[in-house]
Write a protein that binds this ligand. Structure first.
Ligand code: PEP
Ligand code: MN
Length: 295
């Protein structure tokens, strides 16, 4: 994707404070990213699936096969985990990255994994086709600038209590370093409601797409915190025009070290993926890999 300045709109003339992220700079034209030959945005629906955390070789490879067979476009999995408690499992670190590399070489799925500390950037760039910036790091401006300089595609999650303009300003930190490859992600925000983990702000999708040319995806897993809400929220996300979904899947969620209650069962994933594919089709989008397979 190239951000093309044209005669009618210059960077200085864009009214929004987020100049490069604004819809104005591309005169309303949507950005379509190309990640390892897979389109993100436009008429593609990007299904990113995998465990919350990389826990073991068996768990990682089993999940990778299931999500690949069901038509996912990317595999997700955290090697570095942001945990509320310092005593909780923090991820396998470099060993986790190694397992993700193995999953990638076996299945061909590009990898989405989170960067928690810029000191790990080189290691993460060895395996990540898309570097996730978690909700808690959305305003880690030095980290955003580093990812900007790396040029690697970034999946930028909305902060727990961040406005859409703050999310777009965070994206601007990456774009302004010359990296146009940014995917925005709504993952639920903090509200007064405590009946579920976070409040999924689905209005963010059409409004972000009105304000910005960047692709917008939704994370129903972290918003809900409950497996049973993941499918309906995924269908709703497709209906409001999301460019994709990032979802947690585990071969045995009851034994998961992290986020088991919200993880889809691997055995149910193919059925879930079909329902999402149908919902995306109603919104005029096709799963990225299926599209590639047809071409
Ligand atoms: C995750 O995707 O595993 C994660 C921790 O997400 P978030 O940053 O949205 O909480
Ligand atoms: Mn998780």
């Amino acid at each position: 994707m190239m951000i093309v300045m044209n005669e009618t709109v210059t960077e200085e003339e864009v009214e929004a404070p987020y100049r490069l992220a604004s819809a104005q700079i591309t005169r309303g034209e949507r950005s379509v990213l190309d990640v390892d030959g897979r389109k993100v945005g436009g008429d593609s629906f990007t299904l990113i699936a995998g465990p919350c955390a990389v826990e073991s070789r068996e768990q990682t490879l089993a999940t990778a096969r299931v999500v690949r067979d069901a038509g996912a476009s990317f595999m997700r999995g955290g090697a570095y985990k942001p945990r509320t408690s310092p005593y909780a499992f923090q991820g396998l670190g470099q060993e986790g990255l190694r397992l993700l590399a193995e999953a990638k070489s076996e299945t061909g799925l590009p990898i989405v994994t989170e960067l928690m500390d810029t000191r790990d950037l080189d290691d993460v760039l060895e395996v990540a086709d898309v570097v996730q910036i978690g909700a808690r790091n959305m305003q880690n401006y030095t980290m955003l600038a580093e990812i900007g300089r790396s040029g690697r595609t970034a999946l930028l999650k909305r902060g727990l209590s961040s406005t859409l303009d703050e999310l777009l300003m965070a994206a601007e930190y990456i774009l302004s370093e010359g990296n146009p490859n940014v995917i925005l992600c709504e993952r639920g925000i903090r509200t007064f409601e405590t009946a579920y983990r976070f409040t999924l702000d689905l209005m963010a999708v059409p409004v972000l797409k009105e304000r910005s040319h960047l692709p917008v995806i939704v994370d129903p897993s972290h918003a809900a915190g409950r497996r049973d809400l993941v499918l309906p929220l995924s269908m709703a996300a497709a209906a409001v025009g999301a460019d994709g979904i990032i979802v947690e899947v585990h071969p045995n969620p009851d034994e998961a070290i992290c986020d088991g209650p919200q993880s889809l069962r691997a055995d149910d994933f193919a059925q879930y993926a079909r329902a999402v594919e149908d919902a995306a089709a109603l919104a005029g989008k096709a799963l990225a890999v299926r599209e590639a397979a047809r071409a």
